[in-house]
Ligand binder design. Sequence first.
Ligand code: CP
Ligand code: NVA
Length: 302
Amino acid sequence: MNKDFLSLSDWNRSDLDKIFDLTRDLKAKQKQGEAHRLLAGKTLGMIFEKSSTRTRVSFEAGMFQLGGHALFLSSSNTQMGRGEPVKDTARCMARYVDGVMIRTFSQQVVEEFAAYCDVPVVNGLTDLYHPCQLMADIFTVMEHKGEYQNLRFCWIGDGNNMANSWINAATAFGFELRIATPKGYHPDADVMERATKQGANIIYTNDPREAARNAQVLSTDVWASMGQEAEQQKRQQDFVGYQINMDLLKLADPESVVMHCLPAHRDEEITDEVMESRHSIIYDQAENRLHVQKAIMATLMA
Ligand code: CP
Ligand code: NVA
């Protein structure tokens, strides 16, 4: 079993499925009000170099429900934010806490942090990946569709951290994925190459309609991610036609489900109508961050 949860590409399907089994168990216990204090007396340090609503609240509430404690550390008031080397922060944090969650820009920072940190490190989003989100996403699909294996998934929009993580998920779990991005906005080239070498069933296209056709699961995300705010206007022009709306949904399976990791820009990458429609499983997806991350933390830290 790995020490850290940094990328789905580091994990095999059987260990990920075990996390889903534990998620199911912990979610049932939480719903029934049954104690599940698997991390009693333990502390999670949470380092945030970017904004967050869901990640912060779900990790913090999750630690509390598991009998532990979570510590919110924003880069604006830690020494790391003033330039203290990552390896020094990592080594000291490991002396105080039982696990660390980091949200930052570069995946290299998370990798370096984990290499110097003697306790488990969880990636709470980088520019490259968002693995906890993908675990919540696949778990939510299983709840709604009963499985993930034989479904046709599609990603429509930016080839960003979420798209890269969908590629890793398709590789690890072995489902079919179609990715439609505008030219110049494809996913990370190394991530695509590794998936291809590993025989992943992924089609890349610039045609959102081709990606959506007969899809059972459609997913998207904002066109300008955190750190790309200055490109917002250009991206809004470049992504015309990549919106998930009711017309696009007509091409998909009639019982298709629609996902978005949130926060969303309504009527940009996805319409308000789709978000409020029977197809949307977006809020279950958000809820499952809590349950799946509790299982990840219990797996790594118990
Ligand atoms: N989906 C997600 O990670 O949300 P936050 O940015 O609010 O944490
Ligand atoms: N791609 C988005 C995801 C936010 C959860 C971002 O990185 O801002």
